[in-house]
Design a protein around this ligand. Structure first.
Ligand code: PEP
Ligand code: MN
Length: 338
């Protein structure tokens, strides 16, 4: 449940409510909006059954949270969350672009990609070192060698690193080199992985599962939040439907739905969302127009010879053209892209 304070509630009235909650061993999550303060109650609300909170001074009303997820819901926290990744803000006015190859293949390939995406305005370098491939015989990634290359590219360009962590055993090693831990679509409901990452304080990019509903996706985020890690960014990357022309069906309506249901930032992956490079430009622009906080895009210096996902990868030149158009869209909707 959430306790909505009156617009003119005093600091004392707010602390009286949160003191009552802590005396009952309940947590209080205080969101300060422009007009009023909202206090989210964490824990077993049955403890409040004989406490008429509505009658306390400064309290306007008590609202139950009907969704199965709580901490991820906008009712619980009406103020949009901005995640600070070492100075780069996700969920703020500025659009954030993450770009780079699907997989780290070599030092040369990674550095060429990193320099190009940096020049065009990306703030993050993406690249998988552990790859969740459909076939066990496909290229599986360079593992720690790849992570070291990502880290070197970070030191060279100043870009932040986002890369996938596939299992509990590799959380520590990936955290050593990365700025954001990516949880891939195939792992969205790997609950033990979600819980373990929830116990770290690393920012997380949580991709939507291949066949996950929005409610299942927000519950996956809830697993991370409920362990204490509040740094979750959602990523719409397409879902499986009866359509086979595209690799997945990019659900852009998920963007305004997430904005309505949750306070968490959301970015869009038009590369996996479509599987075809010629569709990436229009879907990326549409995503920003729909209110996404950023994009994650596959860029490869030589897509035809990429070891994975070449068909959906942009060349550096295509990416550069796209970022120029993103700037116009961002400005048209009152956002920046710097
Ligand atoms: C990726 O980002 O390269 C990837 C494997 O994405 P997803 O988990 O969305 O398929
Ligand atoms: Mn990929």
């Amino acid at each position: 449940m959430v306790i909505v304070m009156k617009p003119n509630a005093t600091e004392k009235q707010i602390s009286d409510v949160s003191n009552l909650l802590s005396s009952l061993d309940l947590g209080a999550h205080i969101s300060k909006g422009e007009e009023r303060v909202v206090i989210g109650v964490i824990g077993d609300k049955k403890k409040l059954h004989d406490k008429p909170i509505e009658l306390m001074d400064g309290v306007e009303k008590v609202v139950p949270i009907v969704e199965s997820y709580k901490l991820a819901s906008r009712t619980f926290n009406p103020v949009s969350t901005v995640i600070d990744v070492d100075g780069v803000l996700i969920g703020d006015k500025n659009i954030v672009i993450m770009a780079g190859p699907c997989a780290v293949e070599s030092r040369e390939q990674l550095f060429e990609s990193a320099e190009a995406v940096k020049k065009s305005g990306a703030k993050f370098l993406r690249g998988g070192a552990y790859k969740p491939r459909t076939s066990p015989y496909s290229f599986q990634g360079l593992e720690e060698e790849g992570l070291k290359m990502l880290y070197e590219a970070k030191r060279y360009t100043g870009l932040k690193i986002v890369t996938e962590v596939m299992d509990i055993h590799s959380i520590d090693v990936v955290s050593k080199y990365a700025d954001v831990l990516q949880i891939g679509a195939r792992n969205m409901q790997n609950f033990s992985l979600l819980r373990e990452i929830g116990r770290s304080d690393m920012p997380v990019l949580l991709k939507r599962g291949i066949a996950a509903t929005i409610e299942e996706w927000l519950n996956a985020a809830e697993y991370i939040l409920s362990e204490g890690n509040e740094n979750v960014v959602l990523c719409e990357r397409g879902i499986r439907t009866f359509e086979t022309y595209t690799r997945n069906t990019l659900d852009l309506s998920a963007v305004p739905v997430i904005k309505k249901l949750s306070h968490l930032p959301i970015i869009v992956d038009p590369s996996h969302g479509t599987g075809k490079s010629f569709l990436v430009n229009s879907m990326a622009k549409a995503a920003i127009a729909a209110g996404a906080d950023g994009l994650i895009i596959e860029v490869h210096p030589d897509p035809q010879n990429a070891l994975s996902d070449g068909a959906q990868s942009l060349t550096p030149m295509e990416f550069d053209m796209l970022t120029k158009e993103i700037l116009s869209i961002a400005n048209a909707i009152g956002r920046d892209f710097e």
